[in-house]
Design a protein around this ligand. Structure first.
Ligand code: ATP
Length: 211
């Protein structure tokens, strides 16, 4: 059991940059992953207070007849209406942040990954010790996202426009994974980062006053 709170590696990147793929590779090595998107989805489960608040502000037509959130509609609303986006963020971000903090406090890992697409935009980075950016050339980002979601280039462009520009995101990075090659190349970079984080986390534990 760790004496200190875990070293937290915040993982972020633009749409379709490969965050989920990278997280899965770290998870295969036994790394604990806190996924802000997953937490967000659980928070708006049917019947939840957060969902009731969202609906009260943004409208009943975001619900299916059996009371579940229509994610596609919410996504569309958020990308087309800045005011609605800010309202949704004001409800969800503090709840997501509180749930992340609970997970961190309950963790017994020496280090973990906090994956958050909006890590930098939502200032969640205040919680992390390092920022690992998964960086991909924009043409590949668009191509991979379109293939995965069967969405149009226009749609992906629109999402990229409300995300942080690639260069700005990179200025926040302590570590970068370049995802422009094949999956074997990605796996190799994950292995290198894994080894480094293991060493850093253990050095941190050994230097703690409690050790
Ligand atoms: P989002 O921001 O939309 O959640 P993401 O950053 O989690 O996306 P992934 O879903 O991991 O991105 O990757 C996008 C797509 O690209 C997926 O279909 C994934 O399998 C594919 N992909 C990721 N990296 C590579 C790679 N190096 N080679 C080939 N395909 C890749």
């Amino acid at each position: 059991m760790s004496q200190l709170r875990p070293m937290i590696v915040g993982l972020t990147g633009g749409i379709g940059s490969g965050k989920t793929t990278v997280c899965n590779m770290f998870a295969e090595r036994g790394v604990e992953i806190i996924d802000a998107d997953q937490i967000g989805r659980a928070l708006v489960a049917p019947g939840s207070i957060a969902l009731q608040q969202l609906i009260a502000l943004l409208g009943q037509d975001l619900l299916t007849p059996d009371g579940a959130l229509q994610r596609q509609r919410l996504r569309h609303l958020i990308f087309t209406d800045v005011h609605a986006r800010h309202q949704a963020e004001a409800i969800l971000h503090p709840l997501i942040r509180a749930a992340i903090i609970r997970r961190i406090n309950d963790s017994s890992s020496s280090w973990l990954i906090l994956a958050a697409p909006l890590l930098i935009e939502s200032k969640t980075y205040a919680l992390v010790d390092r920022i690992l950016v998964v960086d991909t050339d924009e043409t590949l980002q668009i191509q991979r996202t379109c293939e995965r979601d069967h969405s149009s280039e226009d749609e992906v462009h629109r999402i990229m426009q409300i995300q942080l520009p690639r260069n700005e995101r990179l200025t926040h990075a302590t570590d970068i994974i370049h995802n422009n090659g094949d999956l074997a190349n990605l796996q190799q970079q994950v292995a290198e980062h894994f080894e480094r984080y293991e060493k850093l986390a253990h050095a941190r534990q050994n230097n703690s006053p409690a050790s």
